[in-house]
Design a binder for this molecule. Structure first.
Ligand SMILES: Cc1cc2nc3c(=O)[nH]c(=O)nc-3n(C[C@H](O)[C@H](O)[C@H](O)COP(=O)(O)O)c2cc1C
Length: 357
C-alpha cells in the first residue's frame, strides 16, 4: 500500500506526492489547485509576494479547492544583497550588455532590489492558515514554529545535507524535504555553501532517513513512477516533484520555457549563480554557458536576479529561449506529460505497477 504513508495520512492525501513550490511567479493557482484536487499536495511559492498578495493567493487557491495545500517561503539568509554601488552595478551588468543589445533593449538603470519583508510574509502565511507552511534556506524561529503548531499548520523544511535535516528536526519542524542535487531551481543549503553539499538523492535520502525520526520527503530527479518507487524504497514517506509539474500547461512557466523542457537539450542541465546570485539548476542554454565564466565576480541575491529578469519579457516576445533562465532539474529528459491531471494519473499508475496498490 505505497499510497498510505505517514505523509499521506497526516495530510489526508490520496498519495504522498507533493507538487514542489516554484518561486518568482512560476507557481500558479491553477496548478496548485489541480494537484490538491487530484489528491496530492499542491504548493505555491510566495517568497516574492508581499503580505496582501499572499492573502489573495491563498484565497484564490481556496476558491478552487477545499483540499490541503502548502504556501512556501524563503527564510532570510546572510548572503542576501539588496543594493549595489555604482561600480558594482556596472561590473554586474557588463556580462549582460551584449544580450540587451541583441534584444534591442536599454539596460536597466541602477536600482535597489526592494523585497517584501519576511516578517510581513510570515504573518500573512500564518493568517492564511494553509495546511502546510513549507520553507527553504533555514529554520524558522521557535516562536514561528510554535504559532504554526497552535494554528494547526504543519511545517515542512528542506535539507540538502544530513546536518541540515538534523537542525530542522531539532527545532521541532514536522516533516522535511531531502533535496538531492538533481533538483531544479535553487540549492537551498543553509549551514554551508551549497557547493559543499551537492549530494545526489540516491545517497542523501537513506542517510537522512537514518538520521531523523520525522517523515522524510524525497526531492530531486523524480519524474515518474520509477523515481517514486525508488524514493519510497530508500525510506522516504513521500516525494516532492518540481520539474515534471513545471512542464505542465497549468504552471506559471512561459510556453517557451515549458516547450524547451521537452527538447533533447533538456538532458543537459547545470548549476549557475548567474541568474539570481544564488546557486540554482537550469537548462544549459547559451545564456547559462556564456555567463559561466563570470560567476566568480557576481553580486548576491536578489540584486543579481534583476539582469536576467530584465531580459525575460523581450526574450519571450522574440521567442529567444537561448536568452531565458530555463530552470529545471536533471530529470527533465524523462518528461512525457504536459497536463497536471495526466501527470498525476501516470505517476499513480506507474507506481502502482511497480509497488502494487
Ligand atoms: C523553477 C523552480 C523554482 C523553484 N522554486 C522553489 C521555491 O521557491 N521554494 C522551494 O521550496 N522549492 C523550489 N523549487 C524546488 C521544487 O519545489 C522541488 O523541490 C524540486 O524541483 C524537486 O526536484 P525536481 O525538479 O528534480 O523534481 C523550485 C524548483 C524549480 C524547478
Amino acid at each position: 500500500m505505497w499510497r498510505d504513508t505517514e505523509v499521506s495520512r497526516r495530510l489526508q492525501l490520496a498519495a504522498p506526492i507533493i507538487q514542489g513550490p516554484f518561486g518568482s511567479g512560476l507557481s500558479s493557482v491553477a496548478l496548485t489547485a489541480a494537484v490538491s484536487e487530484a489528491g496530492g499536495l499542491g504548493s505555491f511559492g510566495v517568497h516574492h509576494l508581499d503580505g496582501a498578495a499572499i492573502g489573495q493567493t491563498a484565497a484564490a487557491i481556496r476558491a478552487r479547492t477545499a483540499k490541503p495545500f502548502a504556501l512556501n517561503l524563503w527564510l532570510p539568509h546572510p548572503s542576501e544583497q539588496h543594493e549595489l554601488e555604482a561600480d558594482e552595478f556596472d561590473a554586474a551588468l557588463a556580462p549582460f550588455r551584449p544580450y540587451f543589445a541583441e534584444l534591442g533593449l536599454e539596460p536597466p538603470p541602477p536600482a535597489a532590489a526592494p523585497w517584501p519583508s519576511y516578517e510581513e510574509q510570515l504573518e500573512a502565511v500564518l493568517q492564511a492558515r494553509p495546511a502546510v507552511f513549507s520553507f527553504v534556506y533555514g529554520v524558522p524561529s521557535a516562536e514561528a514554529l510554535e504559532q504554526c503548531r497552535r494554528l494547526g499548520i504543519l511545517t515542512l523544511g528542506t535539507a540538502t545535507t544530513v546536518a541540515e535535516a538534523q537542525a530542522l528536526e531539532a527545532a521541532g519542524v514536522d516533516m522535511l524535504v531531502a533535496s538531492g542535487c538533481e533538483a531544479g531551481g535553487h540549492r537551498v543549503a543553509f549551514l554551508r555553501p551549497p557547493e559543499d553539499g551537492l549530494i545526489g538523492g540516491l545517497a542523501l535520502i537513506p542517510q537522512v532517513v537514518d538520521a531523523v525520526r520525522i517523515p522524510v520527503i524525497a526531492a530531486g530527479g523524480i519524474a515518474d513512477g520509477r523515481g517514486i518507487a525508488a524514493a519510497l524504497c530508500l525510506g522516504a514517506q513521500g516525494v516532492q516533484i518540481g520539474t515534471a509539474f513545471l512542464a505542465c500547461r497549468e504552471s506559471g512557466a512561459s510556453e517557451l520555457h515549458r516547450q524547451a523542457l521537452f527538447t533533447p537539450q533538456a538532458a543537459d542541465t547545470a548549476l549557475t549563480r548567474a541568474f539570481s546570485g544564488r546557486l540554482a539548476r537550469g537548462l544549459r542554454n547559451r545564456l547559462l554557458t556564456e555567463l559561466a565564466t563570470h560567476q566568480a565576480r557576481l553580486p548576491g541575491y536578489p540584486v543579481q536576479g534583476q539582469f536576467a529578469a530584465a531580459l525575460k519579457p523581450a526574450a519571450l516576445a522574440q521567442g529567444r529561449d537561448d536568452l531565458l533562465a530555463l530552470w529545471c532539474g536533471q530529470a527533465a529528459a524523462l518528461l512525457e506529460q504536459r497536463d497536471a491531471g495526466a501527470l498525476w494519473h501516470s505517476l499513480l499508475a506507474q507506481t502502482d505497477r511497480l509497488l502494487g496498490r
